[in-house]
Design a protein around this ligand. Structure first.
Ligand SMILES: [Zn+2]
Length: 167
């Protein structure tokens, strides 16, 4: 496919891809919120300013754009035909920086979850990705089947729908 974008168009396009509050990120936020999770967004005090910070779970989530973060083999990762070396270098630098940020975050005790934008953009994958993400975030907290925001550990059988002697 030929690269038909003018430099102006391309820079506008790239700005849109790079910008915070992009759509896949909003989808993830809305989903986690609907599942009862509370978080902070774009925390600049943490390495790489993670898109979503779940302090309670000591977990940060990044939604990585496939182009900027170099998702090999992904259909959204196609280097422009012009200035190939420039783009390749830029993506490689981002990739290295992501890695360094992961290490810094993990050393500080954070669990880092990165998901690719294409895993959210693609409708077929979206549901699975979001469910997995939720399970990954809350997984370690599920011991004892306590709802993370409830203190009472009500046994599962405490509320029978029918009682003996009733019909
Ligand atoms: Zn991708």
């Amino acid at each position: 496919m030929a690269d038909r974008m003018t430099p102006e168009q391309r820079s506008r396009c790239m700005a849109a891809i790079k910008g915070k509050g992009t759509k896949p990120e909003m989808i993830v936020r809305r989903y986690l919120f609907s599942r009862g999770l509370r978080y902070r967004v774009n925390n600049r005090k943490l390495p790489g300013s993670p898109d979503i910070v779940l302090k309670k779970y000591k977990t940060v989530v990044f939604i990585d754009g496939c182009f900027w973060h170099g998702h090999e083999g992904c259909r959204y990762f196609r280097l422009p035909k012009s200035n190939v070396h420039f783009w390749r270098h830029k993506v490689a630098m981002n990739f290295a920086r992501d890695y360094a940020n992961n290490v810094d975050l993990e050393l500080a005790g954070w669990r880092v979850i990165r998901i690719w934008e294409c895993e959210i953009k693609t409708k077929a994958k979206r549901e699975e990705t979001l469910t997995n993400l939720y399970n990954q975030i809350t997984g370690s907290q599920n011991i004892g089947y306590q709802h993370p925001d409830e203190n009472d550990a009500t046994p599962l059988a405490a509320e029978p729908s029918t009682r003996y002697g009733e019909s």
